[in-house]
Design a protein around this ligand. Structure first.
Ligand SMILES: [Zn+2]
Ligand SMILES: [Zn+2]
Length: 377
């Protein structure tokens, strides 16, 4: 497949400055970040592509090589295994945003408070693995889950201080949470030993939470799972992660879905496949058969002389597309069942039938043996 031009991917001109490239990359990477587009494969591809383009164009040497030789300069090296391959796109994303592996939401909403230890701190994100049935994934569902996590302490409202008692800035570090220690000619910043980096002293710690401001609590959360999700889909339940510290916002809860296999349907993206057995008489003479779908039953007409493996497509009877692009199709694959355990009367009838058959009746095998004749010597 031909590679798209890196400048085009980053939506910049070939003369763009390094700063301009970085700016454009930041904007686009946020737009296509998987956390913002859960389950969207197109966005995921875009995000990877952006990482690849940015890795090259942000490096003056690689950019010069790219300008001169195009993407082949890198492909060839990658094939030769000399380190020309690309990084994980998340690495570059983190480099640009200066994060340490957190999600973009941490970066943009309430994050970036690490430099101020006594300030509000966002709660951690949590992951919850949930198994749902095939139908629930296809049709959507509501699920109530029960989760135990650190929540804001009711008694002190998250402050960690006994109601009415004082909280004062730490006098050892003047509220900074860090003290400077001298080691010969070096000065080293250390966590304040008095307040353990909190920057403040709680005179009477809350008795409900021992001063942490949080208490483990089990809460029930209702998840609305949209139709069309698949195994591995990740849903974000905003604000349902661990509660924040010192008035910081709560983290998010990420629900990772696992889907149980179905008895009769298989799934391929938004399409469904179902294998339906029919008798050889139905296949021979034609029939109208009922086939299962995820909704109401459907009927298909099997024409006379239908061969095993024949596929029938029922448009729109597949799974609803998660991004709202209609429904997939249902593919019905015909399987012809060979009768077993026949009575002698039934066998006699079949033998009578076979005696009356000629090449006209079985053109496929007649044709095959005609072609295979010379291999039977
Ligand atoms: Zn408390
Ligand atoms: Zn201190």
């Amino acid at each position: 497949m031909a590679k798209r031009d890196y400048y085009e991917i980053l939506e910049v001109s070939r003369q763009e400055t390094a700063e301009g490239i970085k700016k454009s990359y930041r904007r686009l990477a946020v737009k296509y970040h998987p956390d913002k587009n859960p389950g969207d494969r197109h966005a995921e591809e875009k995000f990877k592509e952006l990482g690849e383009a940015y890795e090259v164009l942000s490096d003056p040497q690689k950019r010069a090589a790219y300008d001169q030789y195009g993407p082949d300069a890198f492909d060839a090296r990658a094939r030769a295994g000399r380190g020309g391959g690309f990084h994980d796109p998340f690495d570059i994303f983190r480099d640009v945003f200066g994060g340490d592996g957190g999600s973009i939401f941490e970066q943009f909403f309430g994050g970036g408070t690490r430099s101020d230890p006594s300030g509000p701190q966002r709660g951690n994100d949590l992951r919850y693995d949930l198994e749902i049935t095939f139908e629930e994934a296809a049709l959507g569902c509501e699920k109530e889950i029960s989760i135990t996590k650190p929540d804001r302490c009711d008694k002190c409202n998250g402050t960690g201080s006994e109601p009415g008692a004082k909280i004062r800035p730490c006098d050892t570090c003047n509220g900074r949470g860090q003290v400077i220690a001298s080691r010969g000619i070096f000065s080293i910043a250390q966590t304040c030993p008095k307040c353990q980096g909190a920057g403040r002293i709680i005179e009477k710690p809350c008795r409900g939470c021992s001063g942490s401001g949080r208490k483990d609590r089990t809460s029930k959360i209702t998840l609305r799972i949209p139709a069309g999700v698949d195994a591995g889909s990740r849903l974000r339940s905003s604000g349902n992660g661990e509660s924040g510290l010192r008035g910081g916002p709560a983290g998010d809860l990420y629900v990772v879905l696992h889907v149980k296999p179905h008895d009769i349907f298989q799934r391929e993206e938004d399409d469904l496949l179902c294998e339906v057995p029919i008798s050889f008489v139905q296949a021979t003479l034609g029939a109208e058969i009922q086939v299962p779908t995820l909704g109401e039953k459907a009927t298909i007409k099997i024409p006379a002389g239908t061969q095993p493996g024949t596929l029938f497509r029922l448009r729109g009877k597949g799974i609803k597309n998660l991004q709202g692009y209609g429904h997939g199709d249902l593919h019905v694959k015909i399987n012809v069942e060979v009768p077993t355990r026949l009575s002698s009367a039934q066998k006699n009838k079949l033998q009578e039938f076979a005696a009356a058959c000629d090449e006209q009746v079985n053109p496929i095998s007649a044709g095959f043996f005609e072609k295979a004749k010379r291999w039977f010597r």
